[in-house]
Design a protein. Sequence first.
Length: 61
Amino acid sequence: MKIYKLTAYEQTGKLIAEETVTALNDDEAKEKGQALLEEKALLDQTHRFVSPDGKLLLFHS
């Protein structure tokens, strides 16, 4: 299992969420990351979701 990281920010730059997700691959992680954003109502906030290799999987500014 790989560990992926989600961070979300307010417009001011203040960190409002920092979560980790474990998944077998990038596709599974992306689905889990999207679900987490929806669950926490963070889809419209600035966010990024990255793989352990630094690959950007989800991003919104």
